[in-house]
Write a protein that binds this ligand. Structure first.
Ligand code: GDP
Length: 203
Protein backbone atom coordinates (compact mmCIF):
# COMPACT_ATOMS: atom_id res chain seq x y z
CA UNK A 1 0.00 0.00 0.00
CA UNK A 2 0.79 3.63 -0.15
CA UNK A 3 -0.56 6.19 2.31
CA UNK A 4 -2.37 8.75 0.23
CA UNK A 5 -3.99 10.78 2.97
CA UNK A 6 -3.21 11.38 6.61
CA UNK A 7 -5.08 13.70 8.91
CA UNK A 8 -5.11 14.43 12.59
CA UNK A 9 -8.48 13.61 14.13
CA UNK A 10 -8.32 13.98 17.89
CA UNK A 11 -6.29 13.86 21.06
CA UNK A 12 -8.09 12.07 23.82
CA UNK A 13 -7.52 12.31 27.55
CA UNK A 14 -10.56 10.22 28.36
CA UNK A 15 -12.48 7.50 26.60
CA UNK A 16 -15.46 9.73 25.79
CA UNK A 17 -13.14 11.54 23.38
CA UNK A 18 -12.31 8.46 21.32
CA UNK A 19 -13.55 8.87 17.74
CA UNK A 20 -17.03 7.68 16.93
CA UNK A 21 -16.27 6.34 13.50
CA UNK A 22 -15.60 2.62 13.70
CA UNK A 23 -12.50 2.12 11.64
CA UNK A 24 -9.85 -0.52 12.07
CA UNK A 25 -7.09 0.70 14.35
CA UNK A 26 -3.36 0.11 14.45
CA UNK A 27 -1.77 1.47 17.58
CA UNK A 28 1.82 2.42 18.36
CA UNK A 29 3.35 2.32 21.80
CA UNK A 30 6.81 2.48 23.33
CA UNK A 31 9.02 4.13 25.89
CA UNK A 32 9.31 7.90 25.69
CA UNK A 33 12.01 8.82 23.20
CA UNK A 34 11.99 5.41 21.50
CA UNK A 35 11.38 7.16 18.16
CA UNK A 36 7.61 6.74 17.89
CA UNK A 37 6.85 10.17 16.43
CA UNK A 38 9.70 9.81 13.96
CA UNK A 39 8.40 6.41 12.87
CA UNK A 40 4.87 7.74 12.40
CA UNK A 41 6.22 10.62 10.36
CA UNK A 42 8.40 8.34 8.27
CA UNK A 43 5.46 6.05 7.66
CA UNK A 44 3.08 8.78 6.61
CA UNK A 45 5.67 11.04 5.02
CA UNK A 46 3.53 13.97 6.01
CA UNK A 47 5.92 15.87 8.14
CA UNK A 48 5.05 16.64 11.72
CA UNK A 49 1.89 14.62 11.75
CA UNK A 50 3.21 13.37 15.06
CA UNK A 51 5.46 15.93 16.63
CA UNK A 52 9.04 14.83 17.17
CA UNK A 53 9.65 16.04 20.64
CA UNK A 54 12.74 17.28 22.34
CA UNK A 55 10.99 16.90 25.68
CA UNK A 56 10.20 13.25 26.23
CA UNK A 57 7.32 12.24 28.42
CA UNK A 58 5.25 15.34 27.84
CA UNK A 59 2.32 14.19 25.78
CA UNK A 60 -0.02 12.00 27.73
CA UNK A 61 -2.83 11.99 25.22
CA UNK A 62 -3.96 9.31 22.83
CA UNK A 63 -3.74 10.77 19.35
CA UNK A 64 -5.86 9.51 16.50
CA UNK A 65 -4.88 9.98 12.89
CA UNK A 66 -7.07 8.92 10.03
CA UNK A 67 -5.05 7.46 7.19
CA UNK A 68 -6.04 6.30 3.75
CA UNK A 69 -4.27 3.24 2.40
CA UNK A 70 -4.24 2.75 -1.34
CA UNK A 71 -3.50 -0.70 -2.70
CA UNK A 72 -1.03 -0.84 -5.56
CA UNK A 73 -2.61 -3.85 -7.21
CA UNK A 74 -6.09 -2.47 -7.86
CA UNK A 75 -6.02 1.12 -6.60
CA UNK A 76 -8.73 0.44 -4.02
CA UNK A 77 -8.56 2.44 -0.81
CA UNK A 78 -9.22 1.75 2.85
CA UNK A 79 -9.35 4.17 5.74
CA UNK A 80 -7.99 3.29 9.15
CA UNK A 81 -6.88 4.91 12.37
CA UNK A 82 -3.28 5.12 13.34
CA UNK A 83 -3.33 5.51 17.10
CA UNK A 84 -0.39 7.17 18.80
CA UNK A 85 -0.39 6.05 22.43
CA UNK A 86 1.44 8.02 25.12
CA UNK A 87 4.97 6.85 25.90
CA UNK A 88 5.81 4.97 29.07
CA UNK A 89 8.86 4.55 31.24
CA UNK A 90 10.02 8.14 31.35
CA UNK A 91 12.28 8.44 34.39
CA UNK A 92 11.06 11.87 35.50
CA UNK A 93 7.42 10.88 35.47
CA UNK A 94 6.06 10.74 39.01
CA UNK A 95 4.14 7.88 40.58
CA UNK A 96 0.66 9.40 40.18
CA UNK A 97 1.25 10.30 36.57
CA UNK A 98 2.36 6.74 35.89
CA UNK A 99 -0.69 5.36 37.57
CA UNK A 100 -2.90 7.72 35.57
CA UNK A 101 -1.14 6.59 32.41
CA UNK A 102 -1.75 2.92 33.21
CA UNK A 103 -5.44 3.45 33.96
CA UNK A 104 -5.97 5.45 30.77
CA UNK A 105 -4.05 3.04 28.54
CA UNK A 106 -5.95 0.13 30.00
CA UNK A 107 -9.22 1.92 29.23
CA UNK A 108 -8.13 2.28 25.63
CA UNK A 109 -7.16 -1.37 25.27
CA UNK A 110 -10.31 -2.63 26.88
CA UNK A 111 -12.58 -0.24 24.96
CA UNK A 112 -14.75 -2.08 22.43
CA UNK A 113 -13.21 -1.25 19.09
CA UNK A 114 -11.63 -2.78 16.04
CA UNK A 115 -8.02 -2.81 17.21
CA UNK A 116 -6.02 -5.01 14.87
CA UNK A 117 -2.72 -4.90 16.69
CA UNK A 118 -0.36 -2.85 18.76
CA UNK A 119 3.03 -2.06 17.28
CA UNK A 120 5.36 -1.98 20.25
CA UNK A 121 8.54 -0.03 19.64
CA UNK A 122 11.77 -1.03 21.34
CA UNK A 123 15.12 0.71 20.87
CA UNK A 124 17.37 -1.72 19.00
CA UNK A 125 20.49 -0.41 20.70
CA UNK A 126 19.66 -1.48 24.22
CA UNK A 127 18.53 -4.47 26.19
CA UNK A 128 14.73 -4.08 26.61
CA UNK A 129 13.85 -2.31 29.84
CA UNK A 130 11.62 -3.93 32.48
CA UNK A 131 8.82 -1.54 31.40
CA UNK A 132 9.09 -2.88 27.81
CA UNK A 133 8.82 -6.46 29.00
CA UNK A 134 5.94 -5.58 31.30
CA UNK A 135 4.05 -3.84 28.49
CA UNK A 136 4.62 -6.75 26.11
CA UNK A 137 3.44 -9.31 28.66
CA UNK A 138 0.39 -7.26 29.52
CA UNK A 139 -0.67 -7.17 25.87
CA UNK A 140 -0.09 -10.89 25.42
CA UNK A 141 -2.04 -11.68 28.60
CA UNK A 142 -4.94 -9.63 27.27
CA UNK A 143 -4.88 -11.40 23.90
CA UNK A 144 -3.92 -8.25 22.06
CA UNK A 145 -1.71 -9.03 19.06
CA UNK A 146 1.67 -7.31 19.26
CA UNK A 147 4.03 -6.49 16.43
CA UNK A 148 7.46 -5.58 17.78
CA UNK A 149 9.47 -2.97 15.90
CA UNK A 150 13.09 -2.33 16.79
CA UNK A 151 13.74 1.37 16.23
CA UNK A 152 16.83 3.42 15.34
CA UNK A 153 18.35 0.52 13.40
CA UNK A 154 20.66 2.92 11.55
CA UNK A 155 22.39 3.72 14.83
CA UNK A 156 24.06 0.32 15.03
CA UNK A 157 26.21 -1.52 12.50
CA UNK A 158 24.48 -3.81 10.01
CA UNK A 159 26.33 -6.74 11.54
CA UNK A 160 24.86 -6.07 14.97
CA UNK A 161 21.18 -5.96 13.91
CA UNK A 162 20.54 -9.73 14.07
CA UNK A 163 22.35 -10.04 17.37
CA UNK A 164 20.34 -7.23 18.98
CA UNK A 165 17.08 -8.61 17.60
CA UNK A 166 17.89 -11.93 19.30
CA UNK A 167 18.59 -10.08 22.51
CA UNK A 168 15.12 -8.48 22.37
CA UNK A 169 13.49 -11.88 21.71
CA UNK A 170 15.33 -13.37 24.62
CA UNK A 171 14.26 -10.57 26.97
CA UNK A 172 10.64 -10.94 25.84
CA UNK A 173 10.94 -14.68 26.22
CA UNK A 174 9.69 -15.46 22.72
CA UNK A 175 11.31 -17.56 20.04
CA UNK A 176 8.87 -17.37 17.18
CA UNK A 177 8.30 -13.69 16.70
CA UNK A 178 9.03 -11.43 13.78
CA UNK A 179 10.73 -8.28 14.96
CA UNK A 180 11.13 -5.59 12.35
CA UNK A 181 14.27 -3.46 12.40
CA UNK A 182 13.27 0.09 11.47
CA UNK A 183 15.12 3.28 10.69
CA UNK A 184 13.07 6.45 10.41
CA UNK A 185 15.98 8.45 9.08
CA UNK A 186 16.62 5.93 6.28
CA UNK A 187 13.03 4.71 5.92
CA UNK A 188 14.31 1.17 6.39
CA UNK A 189 11.53 -1.25 7.26
CA UNK A 190 8.95 1.16 5.88
CA UNK A 191 7.76 -0.93 2.95
CA UNK A 192 7.57 -4.02 5.17
CA UNK A 193 5.45 -2.14 7.69
CA UNK A 194 3.21 -0.75 4.95
CA UNK A 195 2.68 -4.27 3.56
CA UNK A 196 1.88 -5.47 7.05
CA UNK A 197 -0.71 -2.71 7.48
CA UNK A 198 -2.14 -3.43 4.03
CA UNK A 199 -2.71 -7.04 5.10
CA UNK A 200 -4.08 -5.98 8.46
CA UNK A 201 -6.82 -3.94 6.83
CA UNK A 202 -8.21 -6.79 4.76
CA UNK A 203 -7.98 -9.60 7.34
P1 GDP B 1 9.22 9.59 20.73
O1 GDP B 1 9.36 10.29 22.05
O2 GDP B 1 9.13 8.11 20.90
O3 GDP B 1 8.13 10.13 19.86
O4 GDP B 1 10.62 9.80 19.97
P2 GDP B 1 11.02 10.82 18.80
O5 GDP B 1 10.46 10.37 17.50
O6 GDP B 1 10.73 12.20 19.26
O7 GDP B 1 12.60 10.55 18.72
C1 GDP B 1 13.46 10.71 19.80
C2 GDP B 1 14.85 11.05 19.29
O8 GDP B 1 15.41 9.96 18.55
C3 GDP B 1 14.88 12.24 18.33
O9 GDP B 1 16.04 12.98 18.57
C4 GDP B 1 14.92 11.59 16.95
O10 GDP B 1 15.54 12.41 15.99
C5 GDP B 1 15.73 10.33 17.21
N1 GDP B 1 15.34 9.23 16.29
C6 GDP B 1 14.11 8.69 16.19
N2 GDP B 1 14.10 7.69 15.28
C7 GDP B 1 15.35 7.61 14.77
C8 GDP B 1 15.97 6.76 13.77
O11 GDP B 1 15.36 5.88 13.16
N3 GDP B 1 17.30 6.97 13.54
C9 GDP B 1 18.02 7.93 14.20
N4 GDP B 1 19.31 8.04 13.88
N5 GDP B 1 17.46 8.74 15.14
C10 GDP B 1 16.16 8.59 15.42
Amino acid sequence: INITKAEYIASAVESSQFPEEKLRQIAFIGRSNVGKSSLINSLTRFHNLARVSGQPGKTQTINFFKLTAKYYKDATTKDFYLVDLPGYGYAKTGQDKRKKWAVFIEKYFLFPQDLYCVCQLIDIRHEPMPSDVKMFNWLIEHDIPVFVIATKADKIGKGTVAKNISRIKKALNVRELTILPYSSTKNEGRSYLLDFIGQALVE
